[in-house]
Design a protein around this ligand. Sequence first.
Ligand code: HSE
Length: 300
Amino acid sequence: NSVKAFAPATVANVACGFDIFGFAIEEPGDVVELSRRDEPGIVITSIIGDEGRLPRNAEKNAVTVVMLHLLKHLRIKDLGCEVILHKNMPLGSGMGSSAASAVAGVVAMNELLGNPLTREELLPFAMEGERIASGSAHADNVGPSLLGGFVVIRSYTPLDIFTIPVPEDLYCTLVHPDIEINTKDARFILRNEVSLKNTIAQMGNVAGLVAGLMKADYDLIGRSMVDVIIEPVRSILIPEFKEVKQAAISNGALGCSISGAGPSMFALSRGIDNARKAGEAMQKRFAEAGIEAGLHVSAI
Ligand code: HSE
């Protein structure tokens, strides 16, 4: 009586859509193994790949917090199980690491119980995992990690989330410089007020990106990958940001911005060759500043 679930890394915000846009990539992703045991209670037996940094207490780790919320909702009190978490992406990387653990956790538990809830119904539970890990229950990582594809969160209260189609030949380049940014800190530094001028610019880009994706208009996608609100503040936390972004755009990418709260940067390109070329240029630019960076190229 055991199950295994995989949940992929994600790129949140997608330039102009802070907290409302996110998409899943093919890999990396976290894997959760869940097996029943006789005594009641959820026990984390091992976490592989976190260098011992994540909490082992089931009430404090996103991977198990989501399970506890789900069991409470289903009024199941005496279930006993053991959890093994394979962390296949770095913490604090901007690749939706906590979201991948939360989603793999809640999907595995739902499966162990015979799938009483649909994928969509699991979302609020996965968001609770995000809350414990990053201090905010945003859905732009857990949404796409759970549902796949490109996700739009039209509203948080009430929750209104849907996926939109993306062009077949659209590829994502994800470059992860070897530094760490805590999502809580990266949210704390943001201003609470936005000018009318910036709101208008951002709304135009949000509309443009959605239309560009749905119409497979690659130029429009590129023109709309502009963030006048969050990126100017957060990019200060990423060394060589401007240069790396320029390297991506001069080497075939349609656009480039911060992935989630950073420090990873992502680019979108038409075709896998452009996506690879942009990625190598981004990596090279980081290397010139003495920063090692991991590279993932993936279809969306
Ligand atoms: N939308 C969130 C943020 C994603 O940018 O803070 C964090 O991964």
